[in-house]
Write a protein that binds this ligand. Structure first.
Ligand SMILES: Nc1ncnc2c1ncn2[C@@H]1O[C@H](COP(=O)(O)OP(=O)(O)OP(=O)(O)O)[C@@H](O)[C@H]1O
Ligand SMILES: CC(=O)C(=O)O
Ligand SMILES: [K+]
Ligand SMILES: [Mg+2]
Length: 707
């Protein structure tokens, strides 16, 4: 696997670039040393990224242009791009930078299961619809899934489905069909494992766990939903446990139950319950059959169960993957956190049940720990439960709730989740609007204040090829921040490089282009990714041409936008030249030019006097133009040279200066190039040849110091 970074710069954009003046010189290209056979030498790099204001897709061949203009979002036309109206409008109206980065998940319940309500949520920014198998029948959930799918197909949305298992922790029954029940102070209630007919006898609660009556003792405290309602056990009669209400409140169907003795959570035989019950396995089969994108596993205790489930899914899922999300909501999951997250495809900070198992005041620090660990291990993370709990009943949130949402956004969690607010609350759309507007505001504040957190992102690659991807993404993100580009484009089949970019949390959004709808939907959970489905080839130039044309024809990019593109799909790379480049005798540089078979030109550059720098090169009819940026701003690139991916051998001239530098090491780590977006005349349909946009000034002629 090989990769590319390319940078597109337009004439009108004025990025803040570091100060060293450009080195400009001509090299006799034919004299350069080819280390590998070059299939197509010396093509121009006038990559067709014509973002002029002269109308849609001005540079492309007529046929592509026509298709681009007529492309409707939902049509699976190979030349079209799948994007929804909300994303499109957001990009058009507000530009790239102000798009929302934090993703939003809504639990679908009776308040939101209708087609119109689902559409309203999609319009409001829902990225993932969660169905909770604790509630409702499989038939009910199937209908919801089908409605979301129809909505996606009709309107181009990429709303993913997350199925959440019930898990086998202890919970109450369904209240015999009642939507809630009120427990008053001092009332006597009976908790029992008996199967009652509905309606239930008065003040009676059914419990799902057979060992309940054996496990509890007189004097134990019984907590509903982590303390929303409390009871004290005062008598056991066979399977019936008599309790007195000590903290009154509302009992909801299937609410979670925990019992406490002498201030500690009691974990008797219930600790031996399987994480995935037989009912859960049937639900998982259902999820696989319905092709859900995510399965979230409740009450995970160890990494083993995640590994087991993943191999189960692998053997059964028809096309492609279902991501497994570990719900962190028990003491055991906190104990084994790192290995659980490592084994999973993502995690959820399920604060509802977590807060019932650990003291509430420990929940915020555990949330932060989980969010950070997920980011380090490159797993998407969702912060869930009670974000806007008061909005179940009221149309405005409390100040404290807004502060809580802000904190999760500030921690840069991938996603926020609504539970009861959207499942059965009175104001689901309003709650979503609050999540959206708070996310946007906090993200902007964070960027404006340049609050780049100093989070260490450890290397996570397990192979050399993965290290290359990782280095490229880290560098691309850093470069994007330094150059203040408008977006990073990533062309990715399985989504890996898109997630590596998301992990860096760059200042600009990441447009992720992928060929399959299911990958597009799965990427929709991850911070900062705007996923598009697009048919593309291994030829990056034509992919870029096509993308720019399509996006431009729909007004989603415009002249002057600056974009970095990376890809994990290029097939091969050739090293072509190594040359000494001299800057008026003042400074000397070693330059390596790499060339992809797709004709993208790649450059790494090393300052001769052992400083390291970074340059972009534009081979152009036998000449090379080099733009050098010095180390202060290019630390992110250093490791590329240092890691042995690119090695030089320098020849010295009689004056002691370097005369030539040969590539001796592997040269596939890093590719880059400035591409000029010139005037109409400069752009050609095939991406190279005959254009001269690089020669007429070499790149940006914007006075930014690049040219
Ligand atoms: N499909 C559904 N049908 C009916 N009610 C639902 C459904 N999904 C959710 N609800 C209601 O919304 C509430 C909040 O949903 P949520 O998914 O947070 O459930 P929960 O019971 O707290 O379980 P979990 O710990 O898995 O989140 C539930 O308690 C239930 O009353
Ligand atoms: C979401 C969930 O399961 C919880 O908070 O408990
Ligand atoms: K659940
Ligand atoms: Mg839970």
């Amino acid at each position: 696997m090989s990769h590319s970074i390319s940078v597109f710069i337009s004439a009108s954009h004025s990025p803040k670039l570091p100060s060293p003046p450009p080195v400009k010189l001509s090299l006799p290209f034919p004299a350069s040393i080819s280390l590998l056979p070059v299939t197509r030498t010396l093509r121009k790099t006038s990559l067709v990224v014509k973002a002029s204001d002269n109308g849609p897709g001005g540079v492309l061949s007529a046929s592509l242009q026509d298709q681009a203009i007529s492309a409707a979002p939902a049509v699976a036309d190979p030349s079209s791009i799948d994007v929804d109206a909300v994303t499109e409008a957001e990009l058009k109206e507000n530009g790239f930078r102000s798009t929302r980065r934090t993703k939003l998940t809504c639990t679908i319940g009776p308040a939101t299961c209708g087609a119109e309500q689902l559409e309203a949520l999609a319009v409001g920014g829902m990225n993932v619809a969660r169905i909770n198998m604790c509630h409702g029948t499989r038939e009910w959930h199937r209908e919801v899934i089908q409605r979301v799918r129809s909505l996606n197909e009709a309107k181009g949305y990429a709303v993913a489905i997350m199925m959440d298992t019930e898990g086998s922790e202890i919970h109450m029954g369904d209240l015999g069909g009642a939507s809630s029940a009120k427990a008053e102070d001092g009332e006597i209630w009976t908790f029992s494992v008996r199967a009652f007919d509905s309606p239930l006898p008065e003040r009676t609660i059914n419990v799902n766990y057979g060992g309940f009556a054996e496990d509890v003792e007189v004097g134990d405290e019984l907590l509903v939903d982590g303390g929303m309602v409390r009871f004290e056990v005062f008598e056991k009669i066979g399977p019936d446990v008599k309790c007195r209400c000590t903290d009154p409140g509302l009992l909801l169907p299937r609410a979670n139950l925990t019992f406490w003795r002498d201030g500690s959570l009691v974990r008797e035989r219930n600790a031996m319950l399987p994480t995935i019950s037989s009912k859960d396995w049937l639900d998982i089969d259902f999820g696989i059959a319905e092709g859900v994108e995510f399965i979230a596993i409740s009450f995970v205790k160890s990494a083993e169960v995640i590994k087991h489930l993943k191999s189960y899914i692998k053997a059964r899922a028809r096309d492609g993957d279902i991501s497994v999300i570990a719900k962190i909501e028990s003491i055991d999951s906190l104990k084994n956190l790192e290995e659980i997250i490592q084994a999973s495809d993502g995690a959820m900070v399920a604060r509802g049940d977590l807060g019932a198992q650990i003291p509430l005041e420990q929940v915020p620090s555990e949330q932060q720990r989980i969010v950070q660990l997920c980011r380090q291990l490159n797993k998407p993370v969702i912060v869930a439960s009670q974000l806007l709990d008061s909005m179940i009943e009221y149309p405005t949130p409390t100040r404290a709730e807004v502060a809580d949402v802000s904190e999760a956004v500030r921690q840069r969690a991938d996603a926020l989740m609504l539970s009861g607010e959207s499942a059965m609350g009175q104001y689901p759309e309003k709650a979503l609007t609050v999540l959206r507007s708070v996310s946007l505001r906090i993200e902007k504040w964070w960027r404006d204040e340049k609050r780049h957190e100093a989070m260490e992102l450890p290397g996570i690659a397990s192979s050399f090829a993965d290290s290359i991807s990782e280095e490229i993404c880290n560098s691309a993100a850093k470069m994007a921040n330094n150059l203040e580009v408008d977006a990073i484009f990533v062309y990715t089949k399985a989504g890996h490089m898109a997630s590596l970019l998301s992990r860096c949390r760059p200042d600009c959004p990441i447009f992720a282009f992928t060929t399959t709808t299911s990958v597009r939907r799965r990427l929709n959970l991850q911070w900062g990714l705007i996923p598009f489905r697009l048919s593309f080839s291994d030829d990056m130039e034509s992919n870029l041409n096509k993308t720019f044309s399509l996006l431009k024809s729909r007004g989603m990019i415009k002249s002057g936008d600056l974009v970095i593109a990376v890809s994990d799909m290029l097939q091969s790379i050739q090293k072509t030249t190594a040359q000494l480049v001299s800057d008026n005798g003042q400074r000397q540089w070693s330059v390596v030019v790499c060339q992809y078979s797709s004709s993208l030109h790649a450059v790494a550059c090393k300052v001769f006097n052992d400083q390291k720098g970074f340059g972009f090169i534009t081979p152009n009819d036998g000449s090379v133009e080099l733009f050098v940026r010095q180390s202060a701003k290019t630390e992110g690139f250093r490791s590329l040279g240092d890691s042995g991916n690119v090695e030089f051998e320098v020849e010295y001239g009689s004056n002691g200066r370097a005369k030539a530098a040969n590539v001796i090491g592997l040269c596939r780590a890093f590719v880059g190039g400035w591409y000029s977006v010139g005037g109409d005349d400069d752009v050609c349909a095939d991406g190279y040849g005959g254009c001269g946009c690089a020669s007429d000034g070499g790149g940006a002629s914007d006075g930014s110091g690049l040219d």
